[in-house]
Design a binder for this molecule. Sequence first.
Ligand code: URP
Ligand code: ZN
Ligand code: ZN
Length: 472
Amino acid sequence: MAILIKNGTLVTASKSFKADLLIEGEKIKLIGEGLTHPDAQVIDAQDKLVLPGGIDAHVHLDLPMFGTVSSDDHYTGGKAAAFGGTTTVIDFVPQDEGTLEENINRWHAKADPKASVDFGFHMNITRFDKDVAKEIFSLPDLGITSLKVFTAYNGRLRLQDSEIFRVMRVARAAGMLTMVHAENGDVIDILVEEALAAGNIAPYYHAKTRPAWGAVEASLRAAALAAQAGDAPLYLVHMNAAGEVDQLAYAREHGLNMMGETCPHYLFFVEEDLQREDGAKWICSPPIRTERDNNRLWKGLEDDIIQTVSTDHCPFFFDGTQPIEYEGEMVAIPGKELGKDDFTKIPNGLPGVGDRMPILWTQGVGNGRLTPNQFVALHATNPAKIFGLYPQKGALVPGADADIAIWDPNLELQYGVNVAQHRTDYNLYEDWHLKGFPTKVFLRGQLIVDKGEWHGKPGMGRYLHRHEGEIL
Ligand code: URP
Ligand code: ZN
Ligand code: ZN
């Protein structure tokens, strides 16, 4: 069945223009003025915008950590994403026991039957030796063209600088992108020990023991390692500190192949939010910082220093002892209450995959900080290009997947946990007034969200075999 979207304004990363858009099967067939089709279902998009479905390149679904698990799985997380206009997510495969391929297969077994939007995988490299180095070369054949390494989480996820340097060299040779989590693991361990010894157990000390200087230093270290690894392509994840924007700008000015992402929570919240009675809701790593950092990150987006907005979606319940209703069933998953007497035991991570586009539209486009075209670039086109999905995803062109958000720029609503569809008991943007929201969302030509109603199903999301990405 064909679908003809008429009279809308198409918004791409480079321009906005009035046109009709014809979907046939899973693909965009035609874009043009005055299109007709003998038996297409016609959707009138007068006064609406037609956007490519969003791509959130940083999510953690069904991820075991802190003795619990992130509360959205590949079904519920994909559903929440879709309600906010996102139709593709890229999740991280942890490197547990066994070969990389065994880990990837285990993640497929979890994700494939449940996924409700299209998805890809990044591979975490948290253990490195000659065998792993060799196996990295086979990951592109499995559709994985990006690796994540950590300079923090000593004794768990962290690699030594020498290992990160080797990973970058291997990744470069294999046509892959290295993503870096930049904090100083050694300093964090000392500060945490001191904080606990002094009885400083409240959520605020999570931020105080992970200083911004560690992120700044580690991001420059990563840039320098990548430069010395033959200008290996590098992507700085979850940028949170003003100084990281400066390091990214510095690296780019020096011609390095370095790119970066920030996340909505780093644009709006500050350390003082952790001092609220419900401060644990804001615990994530790296932590939220200061207004100065918020402003510098915004400027980084406005000035095209930062290439993408992702979410690091990794939700937990605020009170996992109290069930919530989810699709007619009561659900409770242990969450932030696990650390009520010790901030180091609070599961790190926040909900956000469904919030990203509506929040950034109101706060970014609505407040005149971003053009609609920059918005599309940051939320769809740039991640598609960087992560090897373009032009199948992130583009409004004939032949692309018909992943489309019909966006009503005049729709006003009071946002919060009752609107967002994450499987958790809170939302960071409770009671925020939003203007601009998706009303219809298509995944490969199938209408999965229609005026607040869900039409998707577990397993309809497809695994994306990513190719080598672009350097932006
Ligand atoms: O707090 C967070 N961000 N949890 C997810 C793990 C990570 O480092 O991205
Ligand atoms: Zn990280
Ligand atoms: Zn993450």
